[in-house]
Design a protein around this ligand. Structure first.
Ligand code: ADE
Length: 240
């Protein structure tokens, strides 16, 4: 997969050199380039923003540097252009799985009040444009959202996570939150792990974990339980 990120704060994206993503880049599983939007300006001050038409607070990102930057990174095919924004569709694990199948993702990090809307209209001609939000809160710009989205997508690429089984039993993979986990010692500050985990009985352990998933999801994320397909629930699930 190839990823290009355009930002006025390329340093923000340096975390993508670390850990599993950094290793995936070194191993050639992922090609990732960060571009400074100011390199695509033509004036002495490298201006990327201007006042909003119609008035109002703050500044808006000018269209021309964006068009230059996006034309430069596009190459020949039709990449997905992800525009992080609190006004986007909320990003989910299901979207991460879909995006992990793509050849080329381009991220446009807005700052200030956002990017001139005509950039998105124009980009529709040669990109699949996808405005994405991390959730219902406002960040100062798209960079933090790019870190989150790139990490969620890149860890699904073949070979990035050492043990692919760890991708199967994690939160959201089956529509539920993951079960609680424990390690040694079995008794710590008077707190004991659930007995069943020491039983060696794999069926009982699986049932216990599933019960914990259901209980935790009901408590913390009842919205997810409502979305579950009833056909996927067995009698023991219903008893929880
Ligand atoms: N930019 C600003 N706020 C954001 C959010 N909630 N999600 C994605 N990008 C953003």
């Amino acid at each position: 997969m190839r990823i290009d990120v355009v930002s006025i704060f390329p340093e923000y994206l340096e975390a993508l050199n670390l850990s599993l993503i950094g290793k995936a880049r070194n191993d050639g599983l992922l090609t990732l380039e960060v571009h400074n939007l100011r390199d695509f300006t033509t004036d002495r001050h490298r201006t990327v923003d201007d006042t909003p038409y119609g008035g109002g607070a703050g500044m808006v990102m000018k269209p021309e540097p964006w068009a230059q930057a996006l034309e430069t990174v596009r190459e020949n095919k039709r990449p997905v252009l992800i525009v992080p924004s609190p006004a986007g569709t909320v990003f989910t694990q299901a979207m991460a799985s879909t995006l992990a199948q793509e050849d080329h993702l381009v991220f446009a990090c807005g700052r200030y009040e956002g990017i001139d809307e005509r950039v998105l209209d124009w980009a529709e001609g040669s990109f699949d444009v996808l405005p994405l939000s991390l959730g219902d809160y406002v960040l100062n710009g798209g960079e933090v959202a790019v870190l989150a989205i790139v990490e969620a997508v890149a860890r699904l690429l073949p070979g990035v996570v050492g043990n692919p089984e760890s991708l199967v039993e994690e939160s959201h993979s089956d529509g539920l939150l993951e079960y609680p986990v424990y390690t040694k010692p079995s008794s710590w500050r008077n707190l004991n792990i659930p007995e069943v985990l020491l039983s060696g009985n794999h069926a009982r352990i699986a049932r216990h974990r599933r019960d914990e998933q259901l209980r935790r999801t009901a408590l913390r994320r009842p919205d997810l339980l409502e979305k579950l397909d009833p056909a996927g629930l067995d009698a023991a699930d219903r008893a929880v």
